[in-house]
Design a protein around this ligand. Structure first.
Ligand code: 13P
Length: 255
């Protein structure tokens, strides 16, 4: 079985001016420069992406975008295309975040098209899935997550799929301070891994990194990251403070 490298990404969402983003990136760069066994990325807003990528050049912190358009260029006012993100210094694109699904009508089929665009541009996707509170209470968590994973990944083969990252973010745990217990998170992660085994075979499924997201903080990160199928975290609020985000990254050492 492949050892999966831990991958911790910070989703800054619609926070921080360019100036503030640069300050945060520089502070983080200093705090994590000695980290060797964890992959790290931050996802600034579009205006800050290129300056942040420049500020993180030759560091161990990569840059992600928070979304992109499925077309490479054209008359889509307000949108940003994957090749532009690549050129601006991104390595990853977060797709299908629950806030995109909730406020911007993003669907599994739309995410599926965007994954194609991301790969074509030489980037890699972080594909987000997760159930709402109503769906969890109706015992529909695994069914909802299965539909999302299958819909988003439809048509992609094991050779590229093994490099994808999937983030399980229960909607009820995002920004609420309510974290899934490590047992709840591990259960869904194991389920996603078994779905991937069905889609791509055991060898590819064992390479896919599964991040947990939803109120990850310095004090709960180690326990979550110690679970066998939790290979990293997608961090919102706590990634806006360099010391907290660095503490989450360093928590892996104790996991
Ligand atoms: P919080 O860490 O603020 O709950 O956000 C999680 C998230 O949505 C990351 O994409």
């Amino acid at each position: 079985m492949t050892a999966r490298r831990c991958f911790i990404a910070g989703n800054w969402k619609m926070n921080k001016t360019v100036t503030e983003s640069l300050a945060l990136a520089r502070e983080l760069r200093g705090l994590v420069s000695m980290v060797r066994h964890v992959d790290i990325a931050v996802a600034p807003t579009f205006p800050a992406l290129h300056p942040v990528a420049k500020a993180l050049e030759d560091s161990n912190v990569q840059v992600a975008a928070q979304t992109c358009h499925a077309e490479a260029s054209g008359a889509f006012t307000g949108e940003t295309a994957a090749p532009m993100l690549k050129d601006a210094g991104a390595s990853w694109v977060i797709l299908g975040h629950s806030e995109r699904r909730q406020f911007f009508q993003e669907t599994d089929a739309g995410v599926n098209r965007k994954i194609g665009a991301v790969l074509k541009a030489g980037l890699l996707p972080i594909v987000c899935v997760g159930e709402t509170l109503a769906e969890r209470e109706a015992n529909r968590t695994l069914e909802v997550v299965s539909t999302q994973v299958k819909g988003c990944l439809d048509g992609f083969k094991a050779d590229v799929g093994a490099r994808f990252v999937i983030a399980y973010e229960p909607v009820w745990a995002i920004g609420t301070g309510k974290t899934a217990t490590s047992r709840q998170a591990q259960e869904v992660h194991a389920h996603i891994r078994s779905l991937l085994t069905g889609l791509w075979g055991a060898e590819a499924a064992a390479q896919v990194r599964l991040q947990y997201g939803g109120s990850v903080k310095p004090d709960n990160a180690a326990e979550l990251l110690a679970q066998p199928d939790i290979d990293g975290a997608l961090v919102g609020g706590a990634s806006l403070k360099a010391s907290d985000f660095a503490a989450i990254i360093k928590a892996k050492a104790q996991a």
